[in-house]
Design a protein. Structure first.
Length: 244
């Protein structure tokens, strides 16, 4: 599990439980952010005939905008920068982690939990600001028989509280499990090759398996970024549609 070990790069001061040490996790998060900035900085031109990067940027813009409109409504487009940043930060962090010498920041629950609690907390605060106490109607859907509220309200409250847990664990578990599987197959290959003879020839099977898992991991990296972004849009829907 050494690939998931957080190591300090620059020691920083500690303020109680807060440690400001710059770690390998911090480094790769910064690289992910810089990667997104550079990519869309280069692709943000206004050419009459767009190049590849500009076309890619326009496609990404329309993709995120359509996601927001379809799941939340046209009034939620003001949250486009947030959803856009979340999607591409997670995507870049996941893809960078596929590099054998990189560190997968999203394989740590602390990182995914921070993102998840930020999203759900933001939805709650903005929902209160926009709707006042009416926001709490998301826990009590209208039109139900009175007796049903004693069952539905606790379920809705538990469901809301579970959102950051489900959102963070889904991303963390998928990224960590995939990397562990790759490591297990790699160790298996080394063991077979080191044994020599017929067993060395049998190493072709885990090699094929590893290749398939790598391809699957690239798909999972993109899919998990999409799932996180679209669930953010779904949660934002509560801000504008409390009377569901």
């Amino acid at each position: 599990m050494k690939q998931f070990e957080i190591t300090p790069i620059i020691e920083g001061p500690k303020f109680g439980p807060i440690d400001t040490t710059f770690t390998n996790s911090s480094l790769w998060m910064m690289i992910a952010v810089l990667g997104v900035i550079v990519l869309f900085g280069l692709g943000s031109g206004r050419k009459l005939i767009p190049g590849r990067l500009q076309s890619f940027g326009e496609i990404c813009y329309e993709f995120i905008m359509d996601m927001l409109r379809e799941t939340t409504g046209p009034e939620a487009v003001k949250f486009f920068p947030l959803v856009f940043a979340l999607f591409f930060f997670i995507l870049f962090a996941n893809l960078l982690g596929m590099n054998p010498w990189a560190f997968t920041t999203t394989s740590h629950l602390a990182v995914t939990a921070a993102l998840s609690f930020f999203v759900v907390g933001m939805v709650f605060v903005i929902g209160i600001i926009k709707n006042g106490t009416r926001f709490f109607k998301i826990f009590a859907p209208s039109g139900l028989p009175f007796i049903m509220y004693f069952l539905i309200v606790p379920i809705e409250i538990i469901s809301f509280i579970a959102r950051p847990v489900a959102l963070s664990v889904r991303l963390f578990a998928n990224m960590m499990a995939g990397h562990v599987m790759l490591k297990v197959f790699a160790i298996f290959i080394a063991f077979l090759v080191g044994s020599g003879g017929v067993l060395a020839g049998a190493a072709i099977v885990p090699i094929i398996g590893t290749t398939a898992i790598v391809a699957l991991e690239f798909l999972v990296a993109a899919l998990q970024a999409f799932v996180f972004a679209i669930l953010t849009c779904v949660y934002l829907n509560d801000v504008y549609h409390v009377d569901h």
